[in-house]
Design a protein around this ligand. Structure first.
Ligand code: ZN
Ligand code: MN
Length: 514
């Protein structure tokens, strides 16, 4: 993150042309995230991505007259779990509202959402603003609210023919996470989305699948410009529906540039530079052109005619409900990272790598628990195990589950290195066999006769044999040929088929020669 200095203050982004102005970027995000409940939000239809269009629908999610919605308990619980993971307060009393607007994919003509009493409010999340290889620099981003709302259908436009609508997604449970405008660079906005995705996937409330649109980000961006002792604000742009970290960064960067350039142009033309909070550009990001595209501009707020949803009663959340939700939050990625560093003495890099996915973190912990050297175990997981996982060409959890090496068997291998049964070099060979055949390290070592001999009495008898078989060499050494010593150690190693402890062998040879 090139434009964020170590003190957390925004510096100059070389990708943003500032015309010599003193400026500050403000970005707030609204993130829609689909939850992994079994059913849709207000009906019993299965909540799953894809499928033949319009096969996972019913009168409720099709908005047929007279159909009555019912709130899924699992939906509210997952919303609360997400809120707790983002340090929010949970509103004990909450309700649903109708937001009216007209669009073909919105079948009822209104969306069930939460207007003035969201389920969660006043949260926070820490994002890392340092470049990937540097020590982390934390910045807190405030979460204004998280509310529950239903997703809408999907329009499909066949060029030159017709438009179709698939309502399978209609009524899928969403949370909308609204941040305060605390991000001060395009990179920070991107990091915010990445951090949220990581946390929400970790606690198991979403699959975070960006390609399938499980998480979509709207970014609100404008620029504060200080010039000639005065402060100006550019009009806010809302860039809708971005489902890639790169898009968020590129779109915000483009928009900051565009807004600053527009300000300079307006000022040169002597135009009005005052800030109208009611004015907003709604935009999309055109990835092919690398530009934001205006979808609509509005000078006044759209009236959504919010009303309390009359078919769903406002409700209270019990202490038991909240306690149960809290017990399901679990350890968040950053907490796990900090604990791994403290408990196992891991580096920032290893801790970050091992906690990037919950399945990997749990696999490592299971191995570390059985291992005499957790730090050495971490090295094996970060290098060898991850390499094997990456070869599987599937997601980490599935790859780990299908691996012939288990956490227990890796711990067994590491323990064989720790107690000097085998060398690190031999361990690589053993690991390859473990991966191929699922045999334990101990079994492979025994079968291949790799067990290291450390008993001085056993090595001493081999040394005696070597000396007896090579009287000339011993004589040469006494005559001044000192390099013979290393040769004799080599003979001992050879005779033991590489199993003698090399240090012990060298010490015994040296003692016998002198
Ligand atoms: Zn339904
Ligand atoms: Mn929304």
């Amino acid at each position: 993150m090139g434009n964020t200095m170590a003190d957390g203050k925004p510096g100059k982004d070389p990708a943003i042309r500032d015309f010599g102005l003193d400026y500050e970027i403000m970005i707030g995000c609204e993130i829609h995230c689909e939850l992994l409940t079994k059913t849709k939000a207000f009906c019993a239809c299965e909540n799953r991505y894809g499928g033949m269009p319009n096969t996972r629908v019913c009168p409720v999610c099709l908005g047929l007259p007279g159909a009555m919605p019912v709130v899924s308990r699992e939906y509210v619980e997952m919303g609360a779990i997400a809120g707790m993971a983002l340090d929010c307060e949970i509103n004990r009393f909450t309700k649903f509202d109708r937001k009216h607007y007209f669009y073909p994919d919105l079948v009822k003509g209104y969306q069930i959402t939460q207007y003035d009493i969201p389920l969660c409010k006043n949260g926070r999340v820490k994002i890392n603003t340092a470049p990937p290889s540097a020590a982390p620099v934390w910045k807190e981003v405030r979460i204004e609210r998280i509310h529950l709302e239903e997703d809408v259908g999907k329009s499909l436009h066949i060029e030159g023919a017709h438009s179709y609508i698939d309502y399978n997604r209609s009524g899928v449970p969403l949370i909308e996470i609204v941040s305060r405008p605390d991000m001060s660079s395009p990179e920070e906005a991107s990091a915010f989305m990445q951090t949220l995705r990581e946390i929400l996937r970790y606690i198991g409330v979403t699959d975070g699948n960006l390609e399938e649109g499980s998480m979509r980000c709207d970014a609100n961006i404008n620029v504060i410009i200080r010039d000639g002792g005065k402060e100006y604000r550019t009009p806010i742009s809302e860039i809708k529906n971005m489902n890639s970290f790169k898009w968020i960064r590129d779109a915000c960067r483009y928009e900051a540039n565009r807004q600053i350039a527009e300000f300079v142009e307006k000022r040169a033309a002597g135009k009005d530079l005052s800030f109208d909070p009611g004015y907003k550009n709604t935009m999309g990001w055109d990835e092919a052109k690398g530009e934001t595209v205006v979808q609509r501009t509005k000078n006044s707020f759209v009236d959504y005619r919010f009303v309390v949803e009359p078919d769903l009663k406002p409700f209270y959340l019990s202490e038991e409900f909240l306690a149960s939700a809290r017990s399901k939050v679990g350890e968040r990625p950053q907490e796990k990272r900090d604990r791994f560093k403290a408990e196992f003495g891991l580096s920032d890099f290893d801790a970050a790598t091992l906690t990037a996915e919950r399945a990997l973190a749990e696999w490592f912990e299971a191995a570390a628990a059985k291992s005499k050297e957790p730090k050495k175990t971490a090295n094996w997981v970060v290098s060898e195990v991850l390499a094997a996982v990456n070869e599987k060409n599937t997601d980490t959890a599935a790859a780990l589950a299908s691996l012939a090496v288990t956490p227990e068997s890796l711990a067994g291998l590491v323990n064989c290195i720790s107690d000097k049964t085998i060398t690190g070099k031999q361990a690589k060979e053993v690991f390859a066999e473990m991966l191929a055949g699922g045999e334990s390290a101990e079994a492979i070592i025994t079968r291949r006769g790799m067990k290291r001999v450390v008993d001085p009495a056993v090595i001493a008898s081999i040394v005696d044999e070597v000396f007896a078989e090579n009287p000339k060499a011993v004589e040469d050494f006494r005559g001044g040929k000192t390099n013979v010593e290393a040769w004799l150690v080599g003979q001992v190693m050879k005779k033991s088929r590489g199993q003698a402890d090399p240090q012990e062998a060298a010490a015994l040879v040296r003692r016998k020669l002198r």
